[in-house]
Design a protein. Structure first.
Length: 572
């Protein structure tokens, strides 16, 4: 029991499967002295299992989570991995509640679903898995104390090569979401590469899949990973308020981290009336405007652009009246000295649109040249910058996966495909570019190539040039589903931060005239980055380079240089 309780408190990294983890301890359910507060879910049930899931909750002694009571568990942390499975199965009426005979997660496979059981559970040993349905439980043995682990399948995607990707959701785990691969010819389901947030735990093994005959959900082959895990924070530096980080909370509303009285403070943006929630699968874009202060632009649930801004000392939420935004894309906002705030986004028609203030009112236009334009690739977002020489520039991935640029020439918008020496490398599917203006080298566009390496477009000798960034320390690739974040630092020049396949934060920077690649590390090991998310990097006059990112519990972490060494910590 002591080892089991120790296991419940650890953070478990679940890379590559969107999985719901559960460890229930029925012998201590209903203990006296329960807390009465309600904890906010990490992910709401409407975000997975076709909208019929249950809330995924953080570790807490609170007895309800988003209004849902725990089903089993342990008073030191009611929201265990097995607890989530029991709560889901009870809510779906697949089972009455607490699983009999389950004191540790592996018992779901070796006891609950043992042959001859009268509970409606069936099991398939790993290596003999022939069918999987949403709601099925993937059960592990091993781990600390040998308690095992369990997860719940959400969606199933046919990869067209004899394998399928199983997406699942996690509770009491380092990551809320990841993927595993089911190989049809062998009946094998892969295990997670990371089980503790820092490194692979080889003591875990996949026992198999467990199904209940009351679960009649059909295989959602071809569906995609739930879009709530595709977010990135948006950070800015404000001379008056310092560093501000805006992000979407688990409840779908906009939140802000900022330093108040020397300590980080977290607030939910609220104005008069009912604030508009953020569309799933999208991220905010924050800018600092000299005239209007902090502005946060985002896609609302009505698929149009919304704005948070400070008016009269209070946050105000307003709809800007844009055309519909393409699903799973986010806006990019900039402030131009001559034209003010500009918001660029991919419309539902897959073309780049612009919102700007003209004669005191927001005006929405589609960027075209003689009525024509190049369509953007789906699930990619633009990156806009203001170049002191060239003015506003908007870079995006076209439908042919090449990088394109919108800029103003002779007082009219012009669209070009970036071409030049170096090969014109195609961008990785679903990735977005990150553009930055460097005082020495001008506009630089960094993106993930279809080889999963970081590539760069820059102007050399008056012409665009494309090349793969390479140098010392390896050339680490980029984690699929993630995009880079680039900054120009007055001291260190161009810096490109991204998530590697090891779920660690990596950096490209120029040292001694050549690019250098290294992973950000600290004593004790760095916290892993949530799958499917991207970092947001800024430069701050007082603290230098800051990189903000999500961990597996959807908490915001920060990398910054302290005493000449990188250090990361959780904002709290």
């Amino acid at each position: 029991m002591k080892a089991e309780r120790s296991k419940r408190t650890m953070l478990i990294r679940l890379r590559s499967i969107l999985i719901v983890v559960s460890l229930v301890f029925t012998g201590i359910v209903g203990m006296a002295g329960e807390a009465s507060a309600d904890v906010t879910p990490l992910v709401y049930g409407t975000a997975w299992l076709g909208g019929s899931g249950v809330n995924v909750c953080p570790s807490s002694t609170d007895t309800t989570c988003g209004g849902q009571a725990h089903v089993g568990g342990y008073s030191g942390n009611w929201w265990q991995c097995v607890e989530l499975a029991q709560r889901l199965y009870k809510a779906e009426t697949w089972f009455t509640g607490i699983f009999p005979g389950v004191s540790e997660a592996h018992n779901i496979y070796d006891t609950l679903a043992a042959p001859g059981n009268t509970n409606g559970f069936t099991r398939q040993k790993n290596g003999s898995v022939t069918s999987v349905a949403p709601g099925d439980m993937l059960v592990f043995s091993g781990g600390i104390g040998g308690t095992g682990h369990v997860g719940i399948v959400d969606t199933i995607t046919d990869n067209g090569n004899g394998t399928k990707t199983l997406s699942v959701v996690n509770q009491n785990a380092y990551e809320v979401s990841s993927n595993v691969t089911w190989t049809l010819s062998t009946g094998m389901v892969s295990k997670y590469s990371y089980m503790d947030g820092h490194s692979a735990d080889t003591t875990f093994s996949v026992m198999g899949m467990v199904h209940n005959t009351n679960d009649t959900l059909t295989s959602s082959t071809g569906s995609t990973t739930p879009t709530y895990n595709l977010q990135a924070p948006s950070a800015i530096t404000d001379p008056a308020t310092g560093r501000n980080i805006f992000y979407v909370g688990a409840d779908g509303y906009m939140y802000q981290w900022s330093v108040i009285g020397g300590a980080w403070s977290n607030v939910k943006l609220q104005g008069s009336g009912n604030p508009e929630q953020v569309q799933t699968g999208t991220s905010p874009s924050a800018v600092l405007d000299g005239a209007t202060g902090r502005n946060v632009f985002y896609v609302g649930t009505d698929n149009t652009i919304w704005q948070w801004s400070v008016q009269g000392g209070a946050w105000v939420n307003s709809r800007l009246g844009s055309s519909a935004v393409l699903a799973n894309t986010s806006p990019s906002a900039v402030v131009d000295a001559s034209s003010g705030r500009n918001i660029f986004y991919v419309g539902a028609d897959q073309y780049i649109h612009q919102l700007s203030v003209q004669n005191g009112a927001w005006v929405n236009i589609k960027l075209t040249v003689n009525g024509n334009a190049i369509a953007a690739a789906p699930q990619t977002s633009p990156s806009a910058v203001v170049d002191p020489t060239a003015g506003r520039e908007v870079f995006y991935v076209g439908a042919d996966n090449q990088v394109y640029q919108w800029s103003v020439q002779n007082n009219a918008w012009a669209d070009i495909k970036l071409t030049g020496t170096g090969g014109n490398r195609a961008a990785a599917t679903g990735s977005s570019p990150s553009a930055v203006v460097d005082p020495s080298t001008g506009s630089n566009v960094f993106y993930v190539g279809d080889d999963n390496h970081i590539w760069q477009w820059s102007v050399q000798n008056g012409a665009w040039n494309d090349f793969q960034i390479s140098g010392t320390n390896g050339n680490q690739t980029v984690l699929a589903g993630s995009s880079p974040s680039a900054v120009a630092d007055p001291t260190t020049g161009r810096n490109v931060f991204y998530v590697g396949p090891d779920h660690q934060m990596w950096q490209w920077s120029v040292q001694n005239g050549q690019w250098n690649n290294n992973t950000l590390t600290r004593a004790g090991g760095a916290v892993a980055v949530e799958a499917g998310t991207s970092p947001s990097a800024i430069t701050d006059p007082s603290s230098g380079r800051n990189i903000f990112y999500f961990d597996g519990q959807k908490m915001i972490w920060q990398w910054s240089v302290q005493s000449n060494a990188w250090n990361d910590f959780k904002l709290q």
